[in-house]
Design a protein around this ligand. Structure first.
Ligand code: FAQ
Length: 307
């Protein structure tokens, strides 16, 4: 009966074993995972746009090849994650429809513009850096297919992070104009990157449940703190200044005190009112519509082969 199934599920999660697609699971666990994994997949797909716009403007062939490979990896991560979500009983078509209809979210960070080449470095260092801090614990998530997808994705994210850091390091140690460009990118991407971790714990609706079910392993604020502590020494090596006058080491807490991001701004960006929301969605919808003939042709080919 229902109760024993529930108890068996709880015991499995408590024993740090993985929940697999064929296992019984509470409906809210399934729905919550679809929500998070879909949002994550959509972020990878929409996340190709801010960097994609610089592929044609990369300053050298080497930089172009690297950026091309990185954006391609992001498409791969999106597809990987859609496949993980499909094991929970939704189809990729449904999820993509939810995205283009604006019924599911994607990360706030991709609604900010990439104004200069240094932004490509800042995205790699900060955005992929934040993604790694958030996602490494997800490798231990209780849902097997999501946890396993994360292992590979995190390996690629750490390559992405290093390439961004190296790019920014090159600029920061270049001409004064290049250094200024790197600093300006850090100034603009710092707080939006802190906001990637979500609302503060006191306002996080899903955290308690997700932590109880071992989907999330740490709270939004814990991971945000970990990210700040990781970035401080890296900014020093870059020779760049994190734009926060209140940033300082707190020996009592064994962590840095810092100014939190503007959570009202996060709310606005999440609800559609960020600098690039309309542009990102319009671009995604157009790409989806333009690709219709490819999907139809692939389906026709598959049914012909099946026959
Ligand atoms: N943006 O109750 P919580 C990448 C929503 S990395 C938009 O705290 P939760 C790599 C949240 O969904 C970026 N929405 O939620 C890359 C919820 O709304 P809902 C993607 C946000 O789930 C790099 C509501 O606010 N990574 O793409 C944001 O417990 C470079 C209440 O929040 C992931 O998705 C936000 N920043 O914690 C690609 C990681 N924050 O669903 C290209 C997996 C919160 O009720 C280039 N996801 N919301 O309508 C997670 O770890 C979690 O879902 C959190 C949010 C931590 C994002």
């Amino acid at each position: 009966d229902e109760l024993t199934r529930e108890e068996r599920f709880d015991a499995l999660v408590a024993a740090e074993e993985k929940v697999e697609p064929a296992d019984w699971m509470p409906e809210a666990y399934r729905k919550g995972l679809i929500r998070q994994i879909a949002q994550h997949a959509h972020s990878e797909i929409i996340g190709m746009q801010p960097e994609g716009s610089w592929i044609t403007r990369a300053p050298s062939l080497k930089r172009k090849a690297i950026l091309l490979a990185k954006v391609q990896d992001e498409a791969g991560h999106g597809l990987y994650l859609y496949a993980a979500a499909e094991t929970l009983g939704v189809t990729r078509d449904e999820l993509v429809d939810h995205l283009v209809q604006g019924r599911q979210k994607y990360s706030s960070i991709f609604n900010y513009p990439t104004l200069t080449w240094a932004d490509i470095g800042a995205i790699g260092w900060l955005v992929d850096g934040a993604a790694i801090v958030n996602q490494v614990p997800l490798c231990r998530c209780s849902y097997g297919p999501y946890a396993r997808a994360m292992v590979r994705i995190c390996k690629e994210e750490s390559f992405h992070q290093r390439q961004g850091y190296e790019l920014l390091h090159t600029l920061a140690h270049g001409t004064p104009a290049q250094h200024a460009m790197a600093q300006d990118a850090l100034d603009r991407w710092w707080y939006p990157s802190l906001a990637m971790f979500g609302p503060p714990d006191t306002d996080s609706v899903h955290s308690a449940r997700s932590i109880q079910w071992k989907i999330k392993r740490f709270s939004n604020d814990e991971l945000r703190q970990r990210f700040v502590d990781m970035c401080v020494p890296q900014a020093e090596v870059l020779g760049l200044r994190i734009p926060d006058d209140n940033l300082r080491w707190n020996p009592d807490r064994g962590a840095h005190d810092f100014t939190p991001p503007d959570y009202d701004e996060l709310k606005r960006v999440i609800t559609g009112d960020g600098p690039c929301n309309a542009e990102r969605m319009a671009h995604r919808r157009a790409a989806h519509d333009d690709g219709a003939w490819v999907r139809e042709a692939a389906a026709a080919y598959a049914s012909k082969r099946a026959a």
